[in-house]
Design a protein around this ligand. Structure first.
Ligand code: RTP
Ligand code: MG
Length: 148
């Protein structure tokens, strides 16, 4: 089953949105198979956002993601990578549709509440970067029978 890496960013944690965000993915039918509240180190932030290294906002991005606790998660389900991106809304919350996470809770691109892997390749890379195998549990097959 497909997996994705999602992370409530420091602004989402400080604004007490962890429960709201977890709830949206649970209600959709996806399964949480790993989660932890953690502080991202400078080194992990630079690895995670490596694709943006040459961008002018790279320094700010790393400073922001290391500025407070984040809630890192692995979610599982059919098409979860693309579905989670849809549920998150566009990168810039100004363009994000209502009923998406960024559309409902965020105002600016620098503080857009949540991160989600953008492809199968990024998902595999990011899950492995943030979680050890033993930190992930098997999905609940009984629930899946009622979802699929
Ligand atoms: P994320 O990686 O955080 O899930 O967001 P994303 O895929 O929607 O956007 P991405 O292009 O990967 O950019 C990563 C994060 O960098 C910040 N950003 N700032 N100032 C700017 O123009 C700018 N552009 C992007 C955003 O916080 C974005 O989530
Ligand atoms: Mg991205």
């Amino acid at each position: 089953m497909e997996q994705t890496f999602l992370m409530v960013k420091p602004d989402g944690v400080q604004r007490s949105l962890i429960g709201e965000i977890v709830s949206r993915f649970e209600r959709k039918g996806f399964q949480l198979v790993g989660a932890k509240l953690m502080v991202v180190t400078q080194e992990l932030a630079e690895q995670h956002y490596g694709e943006h290294k040459e961008r002018p906002f790279f320094g700010e991005l790393v400073d922001f993601i290391t500025s407070g606790p984040v809630f890192a998660m692995v979610w599982e389900g059919e098409n979860v990578i693309a579905a989670a991106r849809q549920m998150m809304g566009t990168t810039n919350p100004k363009d994000a549709a209502v009923a998406t996470i960024r559309g409902d809770f965020a105002m600016t691109v620098g503080k857009n509440i949540i991160h989600g892997s953008d492809s199968l390749e990024s998902a595999e890379r990011e899950v492995a970067l943030f979680f050890k195998d033993e930190e992930l549990v098997a999905s609940n097959k009984v629930i899946n029978e009622w979802v699929y």
